[in-house]
Design a protein around this ligand. Sequence first.
Ligand SMILES: N[C@@H](CCC(=O)N[C@@H](CS)C(=O)NCC(=O)O)C(=O)O
Length: 213
Amino acid sequence: MPNVEIIGPAPSTYTRAVRMVCEEKSIPYDLKQSPPHSTDVDAIHPFGKVPVMRHGDFELCESKAIATYLDLAFPGKKLIPTEPRHAALTEQWVSLVNTRIDGTLVRTYLLNYIFPKGADGSPDRKTIDAVVPAVKQEIDLLDRTVAKAGYLAGDSLTFADINLMPILAYLKNFPESGSAIAAAKSLSAYFDRLSARPSFQNTAPPRPQAKAS
Ligand SMILES: N[C@@H](CCC(=O)N[C@@H](CS)C(=O)NCC(=O)O)C(=O)O
């Protein structure tokens, strides 16, 4: 069987999360950095989103589905628990992040800095200022959650944490979210602890620069 092929750009948070699964489980994989809506991606994802995966003749899209396949098909530590409550909490936090928190923190807040759409090429201050209260609320929610047992779901590393870490890595580098994370003591300690893992270190994307507003 050929190596797993992860298709998506290294800076993509969702691509990084599935690469981290490969790293955590020591799954040999090749990264093909095709962008969203490229021919490679469109052939597998009906809406052209990254990451997508190929393993031999098996093709798959959607990061959570890819993580589930990798967790079930390969030996090594389980990143999606099987104990019912731990499994359900993992699913809950992946869902909360992907259906709500990603929208606030990544699509609205971060992408306004990383791909500024202001008239003079600067970030759109109005949009950023409008989303900052929600950014702070969601960082506070994450802080209170990891304060309990050091992880998002239960008391051990799961895909829920892997799914969140690439987002936190970006948030630390931008002004309002960086200050909010610095003030969130449990979340900061959680990030510092998990960011030391080889799975995180080995998947670091090139660092984007914030443009001055
Ligand atoms: N639900 C998808 C979301 C993937 C996603 O939104 N990826 C972003 C990059 S991080 C993307 O492809 N954006 C391009 C687009 O939405 O058109 C998953 O979990 O894989």
